[in-house]
Design a protein around this ligand. Structure first.
Ligand code: UT7
Length: 337
């Protein structure tokens, strides 16, 4: 890839934010027929954070972004582009522009990217193209979701999984030989889109106006998921994507320092690591504290791993997202901070 790029791209800093409200498995067992033991054994999740009534997706995204900007010591005015990966915007037209205004990144253009739990990976890959082709210098990529607003709290098979959060990364242009975003591998299988969705439902109450115009209107439903199918998809497709990406870069799995997967289920994380012969000690995981935070899960875990001083200069990090769409993909990063 390096030969065709005009300039390199690397992650300059990260930030994250989670709501204060912490809900334990014990609390959920008072709402649906479940137990702490079942949830921990089947998923690895112990608790999750949920947004309060007066908090919004943009509040969380702005906090994560401001923390990343502060860490990078750059002004919001230096940001050229904001990509907000989310499937739970506050506005169906998108929330990125509201985020731009909230953090006063007045020179940035901003757009939403909808790709569920793969959103952050797609956001990083998209941002990298704009930097490597010379269009932009500083890009803020945010993964944020508040799926608690779309969760069916009477469905024990899904409500125990999800939590809310936001994570941000600032990508910056650098000389070609210092490029840190080494390669990627992306996939979509729309034939399986109904396995995990927040579907649109037509509303059948017809008014004379709808009859005259010959149109329908409706609303979005709550999350539905075929857990077993999504599980099988993840443990087969994600290792294949990672292997393909590693191969394309001539990197062996032994050379990988960190494996950072979308935080969906501890069993999925371990199964993927096993299939790649990567020891579980190289897995980055914070699932037990936050559950599945969708587009936020990868940047949230990345930010925590950096704060814990796990990731060192020149470490190779394999990052994979997977989920609704179905979408899945890998980006391989050489850490340059
Ligand atoms: O972010 C997108 C990616 N999403 C994922 O990767 C999710 C992938 N799927 C999964 O993680 C797992 O399939 C789940 C955690 C959702 C479910 O685990 P599972 O081991 O596949 O359980 P299951 O669906 O096979 O259910 C086993 C049993 C069933 O009872 P019976 O039919 O055996 O009597 C369920 O009704 O467990 C029951 N069950 C529960 N029991 C207690 C399902 N949910 C619960 C629950 N508490 N919360």
């Amino acid at each position: 890839m390096e030969s065709s790029i005009m300039q390199g791209a690397s992650i300059l800093a990260t930030g994250s934010a989670v709501p204060d409200l912490c809900v334990s498995n014990q609390t959920l067992s008072q709402i649906v027929d479940t137990s702490d033991d079942w949830i921990v054994t089947r998923t690895g999740i112990k608790e999750r954070r949920l947004v309060a009534k007066d908090q919004s997706l943009v509040d969380l995204a702005a906090l994560a972004s401001t923390r990343a900007l502060n860490k990078a010591s750059i002004s919001p005015l230096e940001i050229d582009l904001i990509i907000l990966a989310t499937s739970s915007p506050s506005d169906l037209f998108g929330s990125a522009s509201k985020l731009q205004a909230t953090i006063s990144a007045n020179n940035a253009i901003a757009f939403d990217l909808t790709a569920a739990c793969s959103g952050f990976v797609l956001g990083i890959v998209t941002a990298t193209q704009f930097i490597q082709n010379g269009s932009y210098k500083n890009i803020l990529v945010v993964g944020a979701d508040v799926l608690s607003r779309w969760t069916d709290w009477s469905d024990r098979s899904t409500c125990i999984l999800f939590g809310d959060g936001a994570g941000a990364a600032i990508l910056q242009a650098c000389p070609r030989h210092e490029n840190g975003i080494l390669g990627f591998q992306l996939n979509t299988d729309g034939n399986k889109s109904d396995q995990l969705s927040i579907a649109y439902q037509e509303h059948f109450a017809k008014t004379s106006l709808h009859e005259i115009l010959n149109i329908k209107q409706g609303f979005f439903q709550q999350i539905t998921m075929n857990g077993k199918e999504v599980y099988k998809f993840a443990v087969s497709k994600v290792p294949a994507s990672i292997s393909k990406c590693l191969q394309s870069l001539n990197i062996s799995s032994e050379q990988v320092n960190w494996l950072l997967l979308h935080q969906a289920n501890e069993r999925i994380l371990n199964a993927v690591a096993d299939r790649l012969s990567i020891p579980s000690s190289k897995l980055i995981s914070n699932l037990e504290k936050y559950g599945n935070t969708s587009a936020a899960s990868i940047p949230l875990a990345l930010d925590e791993a950096i704060k814990e001083d796990k990731i060192k200069f020149n470490d190779l990090i394999v990052i994979s997202g997977f989920g609704a769409g179905l979408t899945w993909g890998t980006v391989i990063i050489k850490w340059k901070c």
